[in-house]
Write a protein that binds this ligand. Structure first.
Ligand code: G3P
Length: 226
């Protein structure tokens, strides 16, 4: 399962990158607008940090031609690791087709139903991004929708991957992993929470205590030095 960060906070990304197995970052207009007055400067920072890993950014145009032109401009600037996020609209559908005919990477976003995902896959989308927490908040079941999408794409042997998005807690991430999502994108805080367990911390503290009681500051490799 691919793990992406759903943030443009370069400070937090830089903190996590050396430790977590991050495959890329996803942004959207809300995320970029929160970060700085200059989205290009933010993208420049993301380019440096990602160093060839995936970067996803969304179109801001409303019509398919505008979306396609933005996709070309951003792909040319960022490189082959860039994925244009195209919203699930009628204009978006036309834009997916144009982008894929040009060989551009496409993530179709704001997916709430399996039918939307199926249409995006039929047009050759690389990823579809269903919004788990936003589904949960309308008394739907985000993880079930993700599972249905995974099954439908498999039924038709589409290469399109499911990039589940919009998470607020670890349980939601676990639930989509259980139904076979190909990728998730999570915010920086949630990413860190993925490894938290108090018994893990307690176990490690106990090992450390027992070692130090017996051997003080010595490291295990000190006993192997000639
Ligand atoms: O980037 C799209 C998606 O992750 C939105 O998440 O948290 O705004 O529902 P959220």
């Amino acid at each position: 399962m691919k793990l992406l960060l759903d943030t443009a906070d370069v400070g937090r990304i830089a903190q996590l990158m050396p430790f977590m197995p991050i495959d890329g970052v996803t942004t959207n207009p809300t995320i970029l607008s929160k970060e700085s007055d200059d989205p290009k400067a933010t993208i420049d920072e993301l380019k440096k940090l990602m160093n060839g890993k995936m970067i996803h950014a969304q179109t801001t145009a409303y019509d398919s031609h505008g979306m396609f032109e933005q996709a070309k401009t951003l792909t040319e600037y960022i490189g082959s690791n860039f994925y244009i996020k195209i919203p699930m609209t009628m204009q978006g559908l036309a834009a997916i087709e144009k982008c894929k005919a040009e060989g551009l990477n496409v993530t179709v976003t704001a997916i709430f139903t399996p039918m939307q995902a199926l249409l995006a896959a039929k047009l050759g989308a690389d990823f579809v991004a269903p919004y788990v927490d936003r589904l949960d908040n309308i008394t739907s079941d985000g993880a079930s929708v993700v599972g249905e999408i995974v099954n439908i794409l498999e039924n038709y042997c589409y290469d399109t991957e499911v990039l589940a998005a919009s998470f607020k807690n670890v349980q939601q991430v676990y639930n989509v992993a259980s139904v076979g999502t190909h990728a998730v994108t999570v915010n920086a805080d949630l990413c860190q929470k993925l490894i938290f367990h108090p018994f893990t911390d307690k176990s490690i503290e106990d090992f450390d205590f027992d070692w130090r009681v017996k051997y003080g500051d010595k490291q295990i490799t000190d006993f192997f030095k000639k």
